[in-house]
Design a protein around this ligand. Structure first.
Ligand code: IMP
Length: 181
């Protein structure tokens, strides 16, 4: 496995190996299986970053379910812009359904803090959040339902496993952390 990665002008170093990721995602899938088997939940993946995590998580879950993707972008470069664009692509009826929102990373939590009430308004039977990464030191919304967290990481920018830096780095199977800064 490569030890470093480059995205545009920035250099990154290996932080979470592909194996560590696969082991952890498999555990999360099993935990979800315990909670949701027979309940035909809807996994709601947040594009673009969560496409890879969603695919692996749903496979690890391995039970009957639905999968849908929605888009809410709030990020440019390596700093949150704080601006949150509107939700696109939600066509599923969530009423009385068990919903698992699947996110790549919760950083400030602004995106999820804005999205969760919008989803709640549809009166799902339950709603949980599965995030691959969490930056606890950046979190501004501690009340978010962080039921399923892959890894807690320091407040440093990362790429790989679906996460990008200005569109670059999503294809990497491991997580790479920005060097320096
Ligand atoms: P939040 O609204 O501040 O929690 O930011 C959430 C979104 O910012 C995530 O869905 C990512 O798209 C993006 N993001 C936050 N931190 C990183 C990072 O370290 N690498 C890549 N994207 C990030």
């Amino acid at each position: 496995m490569r030890q470093t990665a480059q995205a545009h002008d920035l250099q990154f170093e290996l932080y979470l190996s592909e194996t560590a990721i696969q082991v952890r995602v498999s555990d999360l899938g099993k935990a979800l299986q315990q909670r949701y088997a027979q309940q035909h939940p809807i996994f709601l993946g947040i594009l673009n970053g969560a496409f890879m995590f969603t695919a692996d998580l749903v496979r690890a879950f391995g039970e009957e379910c639905e999968v849908a993707f929605i888009k809410v972008a709030s990020y440019e470069g390596t700093q949150s812009t704080g601006e949150i664009k509107t939700l696109i692509g939600l066509t599923n009826d969530l009423q009385n359904r068990h919903v698992i929102v699947v996110e790549d990373i919760v950083d400030t939590g602004n995106t999820m803090a804005r999205l969760m009430p919008e989803l709640q308004a549809q009166q799902p039977a339950s709603i949980a959040l599965a995030t691959f990464l969490l930056k606890p030191d950046a979190l501004l919304h501690p009340y978010l339902p962080l039921d399923y967290v892959g890894f807690e990481i320091p407040n440093k920018f990362v790429i790989g496993y679906g996460l990008d830096y200005n569109g670059s780095g999503r294809q990497l199977a491991a997580i790479y952390q920005l060097i320096g800064h």
